[in-house]
Design a protein around this ligand. Structure first.
Ligand code: PLP
Length: 482
């Protein structure tokens, strides 16, 4: 029996309580609130004892699955282990209780973290300047595209309204371009899975604001024609945007700035040690080349000749994209992570992530169809089972994995294949974990032939089995009381 089998929701009993507030302080402050604002009828909150509340939430947490429970090979998400020491550093009182409106003099350490992280990310990526204000990867994309638009507008080049996005791009790329008021133009991939330069060339003219590229791309492949693409796009007056959410395998190896990119974002909550999923706090810093530094959003942090740090506004900025200066605790974790690894060790993350991905790919490619059979970077994509006669789908495989305690890979993305199964093991997994996953994936392939119904009905052992995802999205039930 799992702990959540005992989970009940209606625990409230009249008069039961699980809190003890110091009477004196709250009674005293009550008198300072105008009578018209005071609640006349008590809120209908559940009345439960402290152990009931603790057990309820502990049971609920047992229904969740995170990277701290087990292997989580969700492609394009880099669900690697995030060292706990970075959480401790971020929760030190000086960091955790800083207020964004404090006088500069009282938060020099905070501003120093911001400044140092910008410099560390510049060193890692080869970009001249960074803003750490965006809250997520997609928010970074929007910020970067606003910088792109601001650059063209400042040159009075108003017709540049088209952004080129590869067909393998993450869905946020075209979405961010559309939110920024730009028109999305798709460029095709070759059979090898990289951008088709022949398809790109005719799209390039003086209406192109820029191209968004993900590298390694969504198939886990290093884009081989970057130099040529950079020349072509720059020659037509456009800019190169680098979606660096997948930067993990390239850390310390190659730098987008050196490849000719003008603007990029990073996902600190993938590559730089912040747990993510479920919409938790993230950060999507945006880096730009020297010529664009003046267009980064407000506010920024600079250091003066005396070593003091200041918050500054920028007269030419693309605007303000967050209330203050980003999700500070995420920034602290990222800097702690970078400093802990140091220049030498950070170079090891990529090769280990690449080795793990290729090991899993090679160990499974006889059972699962591998549409692009090349050395991959951090992730790769199968297109369903090699033997399709059972009709078993990517969804069936994903659901069956849950029965064995593994999180599912990303499925049905990228859209290039009908039965995409996108696997990213990351560098933090041991060979034993990878072998256990490979065994289960092989077992599932065997079950597809011998007992396909077991797969069609999976998962057998989870609190929720196969929810109607369309219904869940269109009619979400967000309260336990209907
Ligand atoms: C995750 C991801 C994004 C979006 O990042 P969010 O923080 O989820 O907004 C964009 N591009 C790629 C390639 C990604 O993997």
């Amino acid at each position: 029996m799992k702990s959540y089998d005992r989970l009940v929701f209606e625990l409230s009993r009249e008069g039961r309580k699980g809190y003890s507030l110091p009477k004196s302080s709250w009674k005293a402050s009550l008198s300072s609130i105008p009578g018209t604002l005071l609640r006349k009828v008590p809120l209908p909150l559940p009345q439960v004892s402290e152990p009931d509340a603790v057990r309820h939430y502990t049971c609920l947490s047992g229904m969740n699955f995170g990277v701290d429970n087990g292997f989580y090979p969700l492609g394009s998400c880099t669900m690697k282990y995030n060292p706990k020491v970075n959480e401790e550093v971020a929760s030190l009182p000086g960091f955790a209780s800083v207020h964004p409106l404090q006088p500069e003099d009282t938060m020099q350490g905070t501003l120093q973290i911001y400044h140092e992280l910008c410099r560390a990310l510049s060193a890692i990526t080869g970009m001249a300047a960074f803003t750490l204000n965006p809250f997520a990867g997609a928010h970074g994309e929007l910020t970067g595209l606003m910088v792109m638009r601001q650059y063209h507008m400042s040159r009075n080049d108003m017709k540049r309204t088209r952004v080129i996005v590869p067909d393998s791009a993450h869905g946020t790329n075209p979405a961010s371009a559309a939110v920024c008021g730009l028109q999305v133009v798709q460029v095709k991939s070759t059979a090898d899975g990289t951008i088709d330069v022949d398809d790109l060339e005719p799209l390039l003219d003086d209406t192109v604001a820029g191209i968004m590229m993900t590298n390694p791309n969504t198939l886990g492949l290093f884009e081989t024609e970057i130099r040529r693409i950079a020349e072509l796009v720059h020659a037509c007056g456009g800019l190169l945007y680098y979606d660096g959410a997948n930067m993990n395998p390239l850390l310390g190896k190659v730098r987008p700035g050196d490849m000719g990119f003008d603007i990029m974002h990073l996902n600190l909550h993938k590559t730089f040690s912040t747990p993510h999923g479920g919409g938790g706090p993230g950060a999507g810093p945006v880096g730009v080349c020297e010529a664009l530094a003046g267009y980064l959003p407000d506010p920024a942090v600079v250091q003066d000749d005396d070593g003091r740090f200041h918050i500054v506004r920028n007269p030419h900025s693309a605007g303000r994209i967050s209330g203050f200066m980003g999700n500070f605790s995420v920034l602290v974790k990222a800097l702690a992570y970078i400093r802990t690894l140091g220049r030498g060790n950070i170079r090891m993350a990529g090769p280990l992530a690449v080795l793990n991905a290729n090991y899993v790919k090679e160990s499974l490619k006889d059972c699962y169809r591998l549409p692009v059979d090349r050395i991959c970077k951090h992730e790769f994509v199968f297109d369903g089972l090699a033997d399709t006669s059972s009709g078993i789908t990517a969804l069936d495989v994903a659901k069956r994995l849950l029965d064995f305690g593994f999180h599912s890979p990303t499925i049905y993305f990228p859209l290039l294949f009908h039965q995409s199964v996108m696997i990213e093991p990351t560098e933090t997994e041991s060979k034993e974990t990878l072998d256990a996953f490979i065994d289960v994936m092989r077992r599932i392939a065997a079950e597809a032939a011998s007992d396909p119904d077991v797969l069609r009905q999976a998962p057998h052992d989870t609190p929720v089995r196969r929810p109607d995802e369309t219904l869940a999205a269109t009619h979400p039930v967000l309260r336990y009381k209907i």
